[in-house]
Design a protein around this ligand. Structure first.
Ligand code: HEM
Length: 537
């Protein structure tokens, strides 16, 4: 099934939704004594979740504007097809981000919204995500060693998918190619070179990701009466895709029969597939599973380790692909202020002079224009409209800063869309200003250029890197529960962008294809294409 087919499937489900929701009549009433978005919409409240599917932007903007325009901002209920959420005002972001997971949990909010316990085949993999230690500890410690691997894989994958013809332009679908390029680069660092060069594995990993997302979504909206049958069908579909992946992943982990011992054995320099490029998440996961003496022995077996590895790929591919597509569309659309491609190219050229083919932290830190451009694209075109989504875990509920009490189980969030498009926070918020996050953004371009030329520490000319999270930029969440994978994602996208500007001519788009609103998600059009031609060296 082509990648697009999943979107058609999703569209069909979407068209059926009004029927399913009404028939299902699930408990969606606003039991909280709080004002609700869309109160002025003249739509019966039980239909608001359906309204959110098509007019999500109006509903979330309605709340943000109301919160902005009153002295004592208050929470509002936002109706949605996956359930209602309480949207907190932007001034409460630091408070929200500093609540511990035991009180307000991002993980349980995700599980409730996406049904991962069912769709990820083994609930413990998501309810007890021990693999996240691997991201926070091993991935972070090895980021610099991974950069050359990312660069190598991106170069090979882009050449293959975009071609090397220097004569004629080729039209490439961003969805078809960028998902594959990102899946390959991510698989390279998670599972090694042999796995990432397996085209079937890459296709299946993308299908698996889509199947998990689509199934979780469908399960949320189906009426109780047909749930058992439909869940069985959907899980079988996910299992079908996963069975192909597990045949590749499980042999990477070699088990022994002795419990409580390291069950995984590797060749000196890599996993059993012959990967000699260095460590991957295969090794990290296996060692991680031997650290806790009380760990369940099944956690050291290939089926469990392989599924845990798959959750890493799952977290990485969809998010990083959508963000890369947005960045490419933002960069390669004609703008009144002129294109940022020449300046990105100039920065890349300087780095090639300085570092040659070497990719390390010094080089990645020396890309202020790429950082600023990417942060700006994430601000303007980021796909997550609601952010800092949390579930109230405390049995006594939680008292909000204005004294309102929310009972256990309530879902809360803030509006990333409102915040990132607020003219009081970002002047000219609907403009793509690739240098917005550079020092002296408001000063003249000559002044800025001279600062750039004279600065020995190029990071010093950047106000904020692409990975930095703060209360006015919540793309990665904020606080202890913020995204731990963002450092890898940003490295990957910067390397990809540099490779594209240095090696391809791209015909600028007269108009950027509009992103689509699907409830509270803002995703790049599945039909977005670019015309590319290999540059002569
Ligand atoms: C552009 C790409 C990415 C985006 C936009 C993104 C975004 C996010 C967001 C918004 C959160 C929730 C934060 C919160 O609620 O405060 C999150 C959590 C998470 N992300 Fe990412 N992410 C990306 C890439 C990655 C990658 C590459 C990995 C893995 C290597 C990863 C692993 C995770 C994990 C494990 C969590 C859960 C953290 C926790 O619950 O404590 N992400 N991500």
């Amino acid at each position: 099934m082509a990648l697009h087919d999943h979107f058609y499937a999703l569209t069909c489900v979407t068209l059926l939704l009004p029927f399913l929701l009404i028939v299902g009549n699930r408990r969606r009433s606003n039991k909280l004594n709080l004002p609700c978005a869309g109160s002025g919409f003249r739509t019966p409240s039980f239909l608001l979740p359906i309204v959110s599917l098509f007019w999500g932007r109006d509903l979330i903007e309605d709340i943000y504007n109301k919160q902005k325009n009153i002295d004592e901002p208050q929470p509002y209920v936002l109706p949605g097809i996956l359930g209602n959420e309480v949207v907190l005002p932007k001034s409460w972001i630091p408070w929200l981000a500093s609540r511990p997971e035991s009180i307000l949990s991002g993980k349980w909010s995700r599980l409730q919204r996406m049904n991962f316990e069912t769709t990820f085949l083994r609930a413990e993999v998501v309810t007890n995500p021990i693999q996240e230690t691997v991201i926070r500890r091993d991935l972070m410690a090895n980021l610099d060693k991974l950069a050359p691997e990312l660069a190598d894989e991106i170069a090979v994958a882009v050449d293959e998918l975009w071609g090397c013809n220097v004569e004629n332009y080729k039209t490439v679908s961003l969805q078809e190619t960028i998902f594959r390029i990102v899946a390959r680069a991510s698989s390279r660092v998670f599972a090694g070179k042999v796995v990432c060069r397996d085209a079937n594995f890459i296709d299946n990993s993308i299908r698996f990701t889509m199947a998990v997302i689509t199934s979780g979504f469908v399960m949320k909206v189906i009426p109780k009466a047909i749930e058992p049958l439909l869940v069985w069908i959907l899980v079988s579909y996910v299992r079908f895709h996963y069975s192909k992946l597990s045949r590749v992943l499980e042999p990477l982990f070699q088990s022994t029969s002795t419990p409580k011992q390291p069950c995984v054995d590797f060749k000196e320099n890599g996993s059993r597939d012959g990967n000699s490029e260095g460590e991957t998440a295969v090794q990290w996961l296996a060692v991680n599973a031997t650290r806790d003496p009380n760990i369940d022995p099944k956690e050291q077996t290939p089926p469990w380790l392989a599924l845990r590895l798959m959750t890493l790929l799952f977290a990485a591919v969809d998010t990083t692909s959508l963000t890369s597509i947005n960045a490419l569309l933002d960069v390669f659309t004609e703008r009144a202020g002129g294109s940022c491609v020449p300046t990105l190219r100039e920065e890349a050229r300087r780095n090639i002079q300085l570092f040659g083919g070497r990719w390390d932290r010094a080089r990645l830190n020396n890309m202020p224009r790429h950082d600023s451009m990417l942060r700006e694209s994430m601000r303007l075109s980021g796909f997550a409209i609601k952010i800092l989504q949390r579930k109230v875990m405390a049995s006594e509920g939680i008292v909000l800063p204005n004294g309102t009490v929310l009972p256990q189980g309530t879902m809360v969030c803030v509006s990333a869309w409102g915040l990132h498009h607020d003219e009081q926070v970002y002047p000219n918020p609907s403009e793509f200003s690739p240098e917005r996050f550079m020092l002296g953004y408001s000063s003249s371009s000559e002044e800025r250029e001279s600062k750039l030329r004279n600065s020995s520490d190029r990071k010093g000319v950047l106000l904020r890197t692409a990975t930095e999270a703060d209360p006015s930029f919540t793309f990665w969440g904020l606080g202890k529960q913020s995204c731990p994978g963002r450092y890898l994602a940003v490295d990957l996208i910067k390397i990809l962008m540099e490779y594209v500007v240095m090696n391809y001519d791209v015909v600028p788009l007269k108009q950027r294809p509009e992103n689509m609103w699907i409830e509270y998600n803002y995703v790049p059009s599945a039909n977005a294409k670019l015309q590319v031609r290999r540059r002569r060296t």
